[in-house]
Design a protein around this ligand. Structure first.
Ligand code: BES
Ligand code: ZN
Length: 617
């Protein structure tokens, strides 16, 4: 049993999870591609963690069509409270007698998603370049509430049973337990089937995930398959089969054995708004990862690492998101270093530091969202999303590692993940746990007490810059400085034998120079180095950023084209910002044209970026 949490530490939920905890969720849904809805019955098992004085259950909902509410077989008094932005409408269920401490109630609701649902994207056959429609959910951070009523907070964890009817194959964030033909047909060719899954490890609401479409599967390791469109399957299998099991075995050595039985990857259509999403059992990944050169599979090292940080051990609220992403970035880099050598850790950290600098510049260096621990009261966690939790979090953990020595830190890693497995924690729990682990080691205790914890947690802007081993990128810096002179004659050989990530460092360095290149220079760079035609989106999107900054109009149209083919926010948002500065009319036209292509989360954020409804324009 989870202990009493009082008062709630998550400000981004309207639920009263300090009175009740969801211990199990059973969803019985029908995926209706014609109506573009997910609907059916959801049953929550809610355990009282206070006494019978609590006379209501409050759940999160957002834009749901709610029909019936049944509590332990009876109809209670219930209402949807007025919408409270950005958190949705609380569902209030009145309890006449309250529920005794420790007792559970069964709450069954009939619910359906609506057009305003922010978690689901419905794709037409044309959008997936196939004969079938497609749908997928993206629930992190607070979008599960737009799929079904729940305690939408990472501070509550429960097991999940999925019973999903669909005319097309279904993927979920649980282990598959069966497929049953229902003997009726829906939407034409394919018969509706019932797909069942179970997730017996308690998970927070944001890890609820569904996808359905014409997907096929192929093995990529002894406990792993990749799922994607049948035409894309071979390429996806090739990209991932070499590294997946190797990654799993390596992270197992750093932490402890993998807990989720299977580690599978679903490669989504191009509008998937993230690089990857660590849905348990099935990582969701961007198709830009399938670049044909195995150069972008580090996304998998990252999402796999979330099987420990995030999925097993979760941040208690989005204010402590760095515990998810900083720890994951840390594990990801330890994993890469174990496999490819120590310099690769800093290679990746150097790219990360540039992303951190960009985020700090964009927000402003005294902005709340540049702190490690942020205040999200009244805020939408999507607005706070940036490289800060990843890179400031990584920098902090690396700093702690150096302070206590790597040898001792290596012992702490499994201790941390064992202590908090199946639980949620905040930054103060982490600090207390680390201090107590080393309590009997006087020298280390002293070092840890000397850490300026408050400053790490609450000082905005960049942290002190660590010294990086730049051996892999020195050539990239050298070449960039030649371009900085403005009088450089490039040759194809300049970048011969470079990995895509070395090119990324080169472009990042050029982009960071105070004085932009002139457009003749960027045109030469694009053609002589082949960046303008690169198939690697990490490369081509950065090249476009450099050229857009130089107001090189040769890239305006290709940028607009890329913006119609890729929906990953990491690429889309900076490109829209720069295209907007270079040619606002084209930026607006491109957005209007591709509005339906983007996932609702991405669409909302571009809208804020372009039309200034958000924090930054
Ligand atoms: N969990 C995140 C994605 C996310 C964060 C979704 C916040 C919704 C809200 C995922 O693990 C992630 O960090 N993805 C990265 C990939 C990476 C660092 C390799 C991304 O999408 O860029
Ligand atoms: Zn992540």
């Amino acid at each position: 049993m989870t202990s009493v949490i009082n008062p709630p530490r998550d400000p981004n939920t309207l639920s009263n999870y300090n009175n009740f905890l969801t211990t199990h969720t059973s969803v019985n849904f029908n995926i209706d591609f014609k109506k573009k809805t997910i609907g059916g019955k959801v049953a929550l098992t809610l355990q009282s963690i206070t006494d019978a004085a609590a006379k209501e259950i409050l759940l999160d909902t957002s834009f749901l069509q709610l029909k019936d509410v049944v509590l332990d077989g009876k109809t209670p008094k219930w209402e949807l409270l007025p919408r409270f932005e950005p958190y949705g409408s609380a569902l209030k269920i009145s309890l006449e007698d309250g529920v005794q401490y420790g007792k559970s109630v069964q709450l069954e609701m009939t619910t359906e998603t609506t057009k305003e649902c922010t978690a689901v994207q419905w794709l037409t056959p044309a959008q997936t370049r196939s004969e079938h429609p497609y749908m997928f959910t993206q629930c992190q951070a607070i979008h599960t509430r737009s799929v079904f009523p729940c305690q939408d907070t990472p501070d509550v964890k429960g097991t999940v049973q999925f019973n999903i009817e669909s005319a097309l194959p279904v993927i979920a964030s649980g282990l598959a337990t069966g497929v049953k033909d229902l003997g009726r047909s829906a939407g034409g060719a394919t018969g509706t089937k019932l797909y069942t899954f179970e997730q017996n490890i308690p998970i927070p609401s944001y890890l609820f995930a569904l996808a359905s479409g014409d997907v096929a599967k192929a093995p990529i390791g002894p406990r792993s398959v990749v799922a994607t469109g049948p035409k894309e399957l071979k390429a996806a299998q090739w990209e991932l089969e070499e590294s997946t099991e190797e990654y799993i075995e390596t992270v197992e050595k750093i932490v402890f054995p993998y807990q989720w039985t299977e580690y599978n990857v679903l490669v989504l259509p191009p509008s998937f708004p993230y690089g990857g999403m660590e849905n348990p059992v099935y990582t969701y990944a961007t198709p830009t990862m399938i670049s044909g050169d195995r150069e972008n599979v580090d996304v998998i090292a990252h999402e796999l690492s979330h099987s420990y940080s995030g999925n097993l051990v979760s941040n208690a609220s989005w204010e402590h998101f760095w515990l998810n992403e900083g720890w994951t970035t840390y594990l990801e880099r330890r994993l890469q270093a174990a496999l490819h050598g120590e310099p690769h850790r800093d290679f990746s950290a150097i790219i990360g530091w540039k992303a951190l600098e960009d985020s700090v510049k964009l927000f402003g260096d005294s902005h709340e969202f540049t702190k490690l621990v942020v205040d999200l009261k009244g805020k939408d966690p999507d607005d706070a999303f940036s490289s800060v939790p990843y890179e400031k979090g990584y920098t902090f953990l690396s700093y702690l590692e150096r302070q206590v020595t790597k040898e001792k830190w290596n012992e702490y890693i499994p201790h941390y993940f064992t202590t908090f497995a199946r639980k949620s924690l905040d930054s103060y729990d982490f600090k207390a746990n680390l201090l107590s682990f080393f309590a009997s080691d006087t020298a280390t205790s002293k070092v840890l007490n000397d850490v300026d914890w408050d400053s790490w947690f609450y000082t905005p802007g960049l942290p002190p810059k660590p010294l990086f081993d730049s051996s892999i990128v020195d050539d990239c810096y050298d070449l960039a400085s030649k371009w900085e002179t403005g009088k450089f004659d490039p040759k194809q050989e300049d970048i011969e034998g470079w990995s895509a990530n070395q090119v990324v460092v080169f472009l990042d360095t050029v982009q960071a120079y105070a004085k932009p290149l002139d457009n003749r220079a960027t045109q030469k760079m694009g053609s002589i180095y082949g960046f303008a035609k690169s198939q690697n989106v990490e490369v081509v999107s950065r090249y476009y950023q450099v050229a857009l900054t130089a107001k090189d109009d040769e890239v305006y149209k290709p940028t607009a084209e890329l913006l119609g083919n890729v929906g990953r926010m990491k690429f889309v948002r900076p490109l829209y910002r720069l295209l907007n500065e270079a040619d606002r009319a084209l930026a607006v036209e491109t957005f209007e044209k591709n509005r339906e292509f983007y996932h609702p989360i991405c669409r909302n954020l571009i809208e804020k970026d372009l039309f200034g409804k958000g924090i930054k324009s």
